[in-house]
Write a protein that binds this ligand. Sequence first.
Ligand SMILES: O=C(O)CCC(=O)C(=O)O
Ligand SMILES: [Fe+2]
Length: 322
Amino acid sequence: MTTLTSEQLEHLETFGFLAVDEVFDAGEVIGPVIGEYCAVLDQLCEELVRRGELSETYAELPFGERVSRVYVETQRVYAQYFDFSLPQKKIAQDTPYWAGPAVFAALTNPQLLDVVEQIVGPEIYSNPVQHVRVKVPESIAPRDADGNVIYGATPWHQDSGVVNAEADDTEMLTVWFPLMDTDAENGCLQVLPGSHRGEVLTHCSGVQGLAIPGAMLAEEQARAVPLPAGGALFLHRKTVHAALPNVSERIRWSFDLRYQPIGQATGRASFPGFVARSRSRPEAELRDPGAWDEMWREARDRLASEPDPSYNRWDADDPACA
Ligand SMILES: O=C(O)CCC(=O)C(=O)O
Ligand SMILES: [Fe+2]
């Protein structure tokens, strides 16, 4: 078990982030996840070929090259096919998502939860704000009419800013980890050390989602956080962070998960979270990956017939966004 030192816990407390190079066994956790996503991509390719949108399935290529070929040939991004969360808007009965057993095993990995427990405490809830992010190199990435990469570098934001204000006091911990070694070239995260001590800042809608205006940030203080596969970055909910662009020749692939003490608001009440670990009531822990998938299916069915929830508390015409 990785035991965090008091220096590491102090670092998190003081700077709002902590990078740990060895959290879990990369082969044990990431291998099956990659295997599962290869099957998801396989399905996607078959579907696109059937619909006449892709010339061939590229079945012989490894995941990264295959997904890149699909994005380049179709000039589209299929992020939602891989994600284990639903979009914030326009959810339909057939909105794709992937909540498979290897992904569930990663979310509930005991080595990962051992570290989370040292920060969040022994009663751990898996917050439903969680994503897999596959980013193809910016040099070949599909772009919108204005030339912006469609699924590019995540802009500066706080994770508190992308959930409802009801979760402002929730002790939500973000756990970001790469499925491959990441560095400044292939688009690792960057943080503003100590920014978690401030308020929840104004977030404005932009091409890549909600973003804090540059004028509110001391960007020159940014610290890139490279990480090997098997390592993780832990972030306070108010730590300002962003991703660097993927200027490498390969994909950049990561998970971002959030955990919090059981019983606190998640900030996205219409999405399903679950008890990942409970030392006081172990029988409350969710252990069945099929049940987790079912929870997402039910949420999708329900949300498909309901108005879109809103997770953005700021006005588009907020003067800070002008
Ligand atoms: O991986 C990214 O590009 C962004 C991740 C992020 O913002 C997060 O983990 O909270
Ligand atoms: Fe984030």
